[in-house]
Structure formats: structure tokens, C-alpha cells
Design a protein around this ligand. Structure first.
Ligand code: PXP
Length: 251
């Protein structure tokens, strides 16, 4: 079965916030993504509010008819926002104020108590709980104990290995294949531990295929590459092309 695609539209808001103005509209972006066939919309409400704002979450909750996934840190402030706005899913992510983007998976082992508390509150509010982690057996087992229903495997390392300049034949290609294998084993282990499996971070039209061929991965969260391509070909076409890249792996 082809994995679902949630389009991360943070960077539509990044452009808007560059001028602190009203365009481009993330509501229009969400509707275009859904009409192009996306299975859901993902946004990251960062503590520094550098792109998505609290009001965006409220508006998206009213407009998104497919699936709204909100990425957030497991802080009291964020969990309270989720309880109030009720997205379909919350993905708990680590957050470092100076990072350009999320730098890696959450340390579930080191933060188990806090994550358990957050998961319990979110699940009590009827929200599906996913945790963004590295493809690591111990973190997966901790995620299963934390009360989360899904893990999202951080694909940052794989993405780095498949950057055009590094994915040449030989060493680079071997390292990327080894990372795909590590992700595959993590996905199987998570499923064996009763967790659903998503993947995301740095995925592109060129590198998503190898992961889309892993049957345990049932969801992708992809943003930067789709929004980048949409600048040249439009958002509708950019989303359709990513759906095609994912489906091609299963045909
Ligand atoms: N999944 C998570 C948990 C993320 O933090 C991000 C980046 O916001 C993504 C997926 C999407 O990554 P990208 O924008 O590189 O596709």
C-alpha cells in the first residue's frame, strides 16, 4: 500500500513572516495541497514562532478536512495549545532555539517522564500521538513505553547522504544504502512493538523512493523540497509530483 503524504507548509509561513504581512496565505496553501491529493497537512508551531503562529493553527483546524498534524515541543504551553485546538495528530519533536531546522530525533529515554505526561494529556484529548526519533532500537522501545501510537523516523542522516554531490557511485552510495537498511530495521522493530511508522526530514523527489518501498512506513511528512519546487512549478504540481514519486516505489 502506498504511504500517505502530509505536506509540511511551514515555509509558506516563513515567506509571510519575512514581511510580517498576510501573504502568502497558508490557508490557501493547505487547500491546494488537499486538492492535489495530499493526505494531510503538517505544521510546526515553534516556541520562537518563526513561521507558524498560534492563529494559523486555529484557522487550519477549521479549514483542513483531511488530517492536521502539528509538530511541537513537549512543553506545558504547547500541550495546552493542542488540547484547545485539537489537531488530529501531534508530533513531539526536540527544539533548540538556535537551530535552523529540527536537528535530530527526540531523546525519549532521557525525557521519558515528561513525554509520558504529554502523551497521556494528548491522548485524553483524542489526539493521535507521534514521536520524532532517530532510527535507534532503544529509543523505539522507550517510545512504545511512553504511550505514543506512532514514531516518525528522522531521515536527516539519509537525506544528507543522498545530497547530489555525495550520492555518487562508491562510498556515498554504499553509506546511503546502509542508512536505508537501518531505517528499514527500525521500522520493522517499531511495528513489532505495536507502533505505526512515519518518516520525514530532508526527503526529496529523488530520495523518497527507497524509503517508500519500505512497507512498514505508512506516512511521510515532507515540506522544504515541495515548497521549494512550488516556487517554479506551482504548489498543485509540486504536491502531485511528490505523490507520484512515493507511489512509483510501489508500482
Ligand atoms: N518531520 C519533522 C518532525 C520535522 O521537524 C520536519 C521539519 O519541520 C519535517 C518532517 C519536514 O522536513 P522537510 O521540511 O525537510 O521536508
Amino acid at each position: 500500500m502506498t504511504a500517505r503524504l502530509n505536506v509540511n507548509i511551514d515555509h509558506v509561513a516563513t515567506i509571510r513572516e519575512a514581511r510580517k504581512t498576510i501573504e502568502p496565505s497558508i490557508i490557501t496553501a493547505a487547500v491546494i495541497c488537499e486538492q492535489a491529493g495530499a493526505n494531510g497537512i503538517t505544521v510546526h508551531l515553534r516556541q520562537d514562532r518563526r513561521h507558524i503562529q498560534d492563529r494559523d493553527i486555529e484557522l487550519l483546524r477549521d479549514v483542513v478536512t483531511t488530517y492536521l498534524n502539528v509538530e511541537m515541543a513537549a512543553t506545558d504551553e504547547m500541550i495546552a495549545i493542542a488540547e484547545r485546538t485539537r489537531p488530529d495528530a501531534v508530533s513531539l519533536v526536540p527544539e533548540n532555539p538556535n537551530e535552523v531546522t529540527t536537528e535530530g530525533g527526540l531523546d525519549v529515554i532521557g525525557n521519558l517522564e515528561n513525554i509520558e505526561k504529554a502523551s497521556e494529556k494528548l491522548r485524553a484529548a483524542g489526539i493521535f500521538v507521534s514521536i520524532f526519533i532517530d532510527p535507534d532500537v532503544d529509543q523505539i522501545e522507550a517510545a512504545a513505553r511512553s504511550g505514543a501510537q506512532q514514531i516518525e523516523i528522522c531521515t536527516a542522516e539519509y537525506a544528507e547522504l543522498t545530497l547530489a554531490s555525495r550520492a555518487v557511485h562508491g562510498e556515498g552510495e554504499r553509506k546511503a544504502a546502509a542508512e536505508v537498511d537501518r531505517i528499514r530495521r527500525a521500522a520493522v522493530h517499531a511495528k513489532d512493538n505495536g507502533l505505526m511508522v512515519a518518516a520525514g526530514h530532508g526527503l526529496t523527489y529523488r530520495n523518497v523512493g527507497a524509503l517508500a518501498a519500505i512497507p512498514e512506513i505508512t506516512e511521510f511528512n515532507i515540506g522544504h523540497n515541495i515548497i521549494s519546487r512550488s516556487v517554479f512549478v506551482g504548489l498543485d504540481k509540486a504536491v502531485r509530483e511528490m505523490i507520484e514519486a512515493i507511489s512509483r516505489a510501489n508500482s
